[in-house]
Design a protein around this ligand. Structure first.
Ligand code: GLY
Length: 332
């Protein structure tokens, strides 16, 4: 029997390449999320994780899965990305996004994006179809039009809650400790996803409208490699949310990757880095992490962060500290 075991394993796993169990995790933003926003966010993260899972279950790549999950939240007004993005001080939607492939450390990032519903898809196109890594402002529009993306009227991305959040901001004139802000009842969150596919490739993606009342030209952490997003097949993947200025100073996503490289598991590394950032910079953040083997890390120093993941045909999700809800993955 001993003699035949390697042959049998090699046959089961496709001539020597082991098929990993795919895993996907998403977040819908960290912040002082009001009670009235909780259900919409939970429904939204579950829909997003299912959109990504569908791609993985059909044998699709981690990159396509994280893009699909983020797109699901970019078109959902419960989140601060695409439709539902918060407004800058002049009342405009101006978005950032990034996506990274752990296979070859390839990255696509876009910043100061206007007039498109899905910045994450443009970022993915930068990754696959451009000699560059990071494109901003007017150049994003030129690139996206050249690649066949359709513009949308800018006002079609603006929700009533985003308008209300800006009104509150202008009355209080105080940028919050998270992208949703301290006084921001209508605030919504940055979105992100991390996946490991059946071939063992890792990908991560993050998309945001930024911070209510941000200055014209302000760029947050979400499009910055190592701050908002990181993926490396040798270690794992990370997507962050929260106070962008702090996350970028701390290089939060890559801090977690380094801790994992040094031997910490996904959960410990995620908790240690978020706690470290918050105690050093006195602002809050939230993170989702997957190790290359699909181990999960979730931690947030804000009041709430919506998250969901699918593993072993179970959907796990939550939004409050220490909350883990669970339901079976139903066949679609
Ligand atoms: N974390 C998103 C931002 O601050 O832009």
């Amino acid at each position: 029997m001993k003699l035949y075991l390697p042959i049998l394993l090699s046959f089961i796993s496709g001539y020597g390449t082991y098929a990993a169990q795919p895993v996907i995790i998403v977040h819908g933003g960290a912040g002082d999320i009001s009670e009235s926003r909780v259900q919409g966010k939970l429904d939204g993260v579950k829909a997003a994780v299912l959109a990504g899972q569908k791609i993985l279950a059909a044998g699709g790549s981690a990159l396509d899965a994280v893009e699909a999950a983020v797109m699901s939240m970019e078109k959902d007004e419960n989140f601060n990305a695409g439709y539902g993005s918060v407004l800058n001080v002049e009342g405009e939607v101006v978005m950032d996004a990034s996506i990274m492939s752990g296979k070859d450390l390839n990255l696509g990032a876009v910043t100061l994006v206007k007039d498109f519903l899905h910045p994450i898809s443009i970022a993915h196109k930068v990754l696959t179809d451009s000699p560059h890594t990071f494109i901003g402002g007017e150049g994003v529009k030129l690139f996206a039009l050249e690649k066949g993306f359709d513009t949308v009227p800018p006002e079609s991305l603006v929700t009533e809650s985003a308008k209300k959040a800006l009104e509150d901001f202008l009355q209080n004139r105080e940028l919050g400790k998270t992208e949703t802000g301290n006084h921001d009842e209508g605030g919504v969150g940055t979105v992100g996803a991390v996946a490991v596919d059946a071939d063992g490739h890792v990908a991560a993606a993050t998309s945001t409208g930024g911070m209510t009342g941000k200055a014209v030209g302000r760029i947050g952490d979400s499009p910055l490699v190592g701050s908002g997003t990181y993926a490396d097949d040798n270690v794992g993947g990370v997507s962050t949310t929260g106070h962008g200025e702090s996350i970028m100073k701390y290089c939060l996503a890559h801090s977690i990757i380094k801790l994992m490289e040094d031997g910490q598991d996904a959960e410990t590394a995620t908790r240690n880095a978020v706690t470290g950032m918050t105690s050093r910079l006195n602002n809050t953040a939230g993170v989702i992490t997957l190790s290359k083997d699909g181990d999960v890390g979730i931690h947030f120093s804000s009041k709430r962060m919506a998250w969901a993941y699918i593993k072993n045909n179970q959907v796990f999700y939550g939004i409050d500290q220490d909350q883990v809800l669970e339901e079976p993955l139903l066949a679609t």
